[in-house]
Design a protein around this ligand. Structure first.
Ligand SMILES: Cc1ncc(COP(=O)(O)O)c(C=O)c1O
Length: 454
C-alpha cells in the first residue's frame, strides 16, 4: 500500500482541504456550534487509533488487542469526571458518535417505544432530537401565537418523534424566556416519561434545579442536553445540571472545543442501561480516534487558560449583543448568558437567509435561524444566530466584537431593501458591492492578526 502524503496521493481532496483551510483562516467563523480545535486534538483524531475495532467497554471487549484502547477510553472518562465535577455515583460514556445518537441512546436505554417525551419547541430554540414533528400546512410549523404548549403534528421529522410520542413546551410569547410555572402545568397535564432541556438557540441559562423538581414531581426522568454549553458549564461560567438531572448529554465540538463526538453523564444505575443502548443497542465499534481527540481536548479544558477562555467567550457575546443593539438590531431576550446571540430581523425588513448570505460575502459566517413566535419557514426564517466560541479561540476580545458589530451593520445597510429580490440576483449584487468587498478585505486583515494554528 502506498504511504504517500495526501498532497501526492490525492490532489483532488488535498486542494479542497487547502481551500477550506484558507476560508477558515480568512473569514470569521461565527456559527455558535462551531469551534477550532488545537493541533494536538487534530493529531490524535488523525492517528492510528482509527484502525482498531473495540466493540464493548474497557476490560470487556469482544476483540483482542485492546489494552491501549482501554487505557485511552478510561483516561477520557476520568478527565470528563474531573471537568464536570461528577459525584461518586455518576458514570460517563464517551462512545456515542455525536449529539443526536447520544440523545437517542438515552431514550432507548430508559424508555419504551411510544413513551411520551417533552422537550423545548424547535422554532423556539429546541433540537430535532428532542422529538420534532409538525403539521405540514406550510413549510413551517403551524403558527399558534400566545400558547405555551405544542402537541406536535403528523410529519414526524426526526426519528425521536417517530419512535416516541413527542410534545413540546414553548417559551413565553412576550419575554421569550422559559416559564417554569407553565412548564410545570404542562408536565402535570401531559405526564411525560422524560423531560428534556437544552437547545440550539436559547440565549439564556437554565434553572436546572427547578426543572429537575418539575420532572421528578411527575415521575419523569430529567435529561439535560448541554450540547452547546458543555465547555462553559465545565469551566464554571454557567449553571451545571450535574446533581439535578438524571442524565446529561453533550456534543464535544462546540464550546468544549474537542473534535466531533459526544459525552453522556448520569447516575450509575441509569448509565448501565444507556451503555447497553449504545452498544450493542445502536452502534458497533466506538470511534477510538474521536475518543482520543476528546481525551486531549478535556485535558486542555482542565487548564486555567480554558477557564479564562470560557469567561471571554461569554463576555464577547455580551459585548457583541450590546453593540448590535445600539445599531438597532433587536436582540431576543435583550442579551445573552452564553456564547450565542439571536437577532430578530423583523424590524430590518431583510431576513435570515439573505442576511446570512450577505455576511458570508463580507467574510462573516453566521446562520439563519428560527426564533420564538416564528411565522416564517425554516428555510428563510426571521432571525440570525451568531456566536463567539471560534473567534474567542483566535484571541479576539471586546474591541474586535465592537468592530464586528459595526461591520454587520454596514452589511445590513447595503442589503436591507433587497428582501424581495430574486436570490440569484441578490447573490450577484452583494458579491459585487463595493462596501461588502471592503468589509471582506478588512475582515481578512483582522483575521491575519489572529491566525489559526493550522
Ligand atoms: C442541543 C443539541 N443537541 C443535540 C445536537 C446534535 O448534535 P450532532 O449534530 O452532533 O448530532 C445539537 C447540535 O447542534 C444541539 O445543539
Amino acid at each position: 500500500m502506498s504511504q504517500k502524503n495526501l498532497k501526492s496521493a490525492d490532489k483532488d481532496v488535498y486542494e479542497i482541504l487547502k481551500a477550506e483551510e484558507k476560508k477558515q483562516q480568512e473569514k470569521l467563523s461565527m456559527i455558535p456550534s462551531e469551534n477550532f480545535t488545537s493541533k494536538a486534538v487534530r493529531e490524535a483524531v488523525g492517528s492510528v487509533f482509527m484502525n482498531k475495532y473495540s466493540e464493548g467497554y474497557p476490560n470487556a471487549r469482544y476483540y483482542e488487542g485492546n489494552y491501549h484502547i482501554d487505557k485511552l477510553e478510561l483516561l477520557a472518562i476520568e478527565r470528563a469526571k474531573k471537568f464536570f465535577k461528577l459525584p461518586k455515583d455518576w458514570e460517563v460514556n464517551v462512545q456515542a458518535l455525536s449529539g443526536s445518537p447520544a440523545n437517542l441512546s438515552v431514550y432507548i436505554g430508559l424508555l419504551k417505544p411510544g413513551d411520551k417525551i417533552m422537550g423545548m419547541y424547535l422554532p423556539d430554540g429546541g433540537h430535532l432530537s428532542h422529538g420534532w414533528s409538525y403539521n405540514p400546512k406550510s413549510d413551517s410549523a403551524e403558527f399558534v401565537p400566545n400558547v405555551m404548549f405544542y402537541a406536535g403534528g403528523k410529519r414526524k421529522v426526526n426519528v425521536t418523534s417517530k419512535f416516541y410520542e413527542a410534545v413540546q413546551y414553548k417559551t413565553d410569547p412576550k419575554t421569550k424566556l422559559l416559564d417554569y410555572k407553565e412548564i410545570e402545568k404542562i408536565a402535570k397535564k401531559e405526564k411525560p416519561k422524560m423531560i428534556i432541556t437544552g437547545g440550539t438557540a436559547y440565549p439564556r441559562d437554565i434553572d436546572y434545579k427547578r426543572m429537575s423538581e418539575i420532572a421528578h414531581s411527575v415521575g419523569a426522568y430529567y435529561l439535560a442536553d448541554i450540547a452547546h454549553e458543555a465547555g462553559l458549564i465545565g469551566a464554571g461560567v454557567m449553571n451545571t445540571p450535574v446533581g439535578y438531572a438524571d442524565v446529561v448529554t453533550m456534543t464535544t465540538h462546540k464550546t468544549l472545543r474537542c473534535n466531533r463526538g459526544a459525552i453522556i453523564l448520569g447516575k450509575a444505575d441509569l448509565m448501565k442501561k444507556i451503555n447497553r443502548a449504545i452498544f450493542p443497542g445502536l452502534q458497533g465499534g466506538p470511534h477510538n480516534h474521536s475518543i482520543a481527540g476528546i481525551a486531549v481536548g478535556l485535558k486542555e479544558a482542565l487548564t486555567p487558560e480554558f477557564k479564562k477562555y470560557a469567561k471571554q467567550v461569554v463576555k464577547n457575546a455580551q459585548v457583541l449583543a450590546k453593540e448590535l443593539e445600539q445599531y438597532g438590531f433587536e436582540i431576543i431576550t435583550g442579551g445573552t448568558d452564553k456564547h450565542l446571540v439571536l437577532i430578530d430581523l423583523s424590524n430590518k425588513g431583510l431576513f435570515g437567509k439573505k442576511y446570512a448570505r450577505a455576511l458570508d460575502y463580507a467574510g462573516i459566517i453566521a446562520n439563519m435561524n428560527t426564533m420564538p413566535q416564528e411565522k416564517r419557514p425554516p428555510a428563510d426564517p426571521s432571525a440570525l444566530r451568531v456566536g463567539t466560541p471560534w473567534i474567542t479561540t483566535r484571541g479576539m476580545r471586546e474591541p474586535e466584537m465592537k468592530q464586528i458589530a459595526k461591520w454587520m451593520n454596514e452589511v445590513m445597510e447595503v442589503v436591507k431593501d433587497w428582501q424581495d429580490m430574486d436570490f440569484t440576483e441578490f447573490n450577484t449584487k452583494v458579491a459585487n458591492h463595493k462596501d461588502v468587498k471592503r468589509v471582506a478585505k478588512e475582515v481578512s486583515i483582522l483575521c491575519k492578526r489572529y491566525p489559526l494554528g493550522i
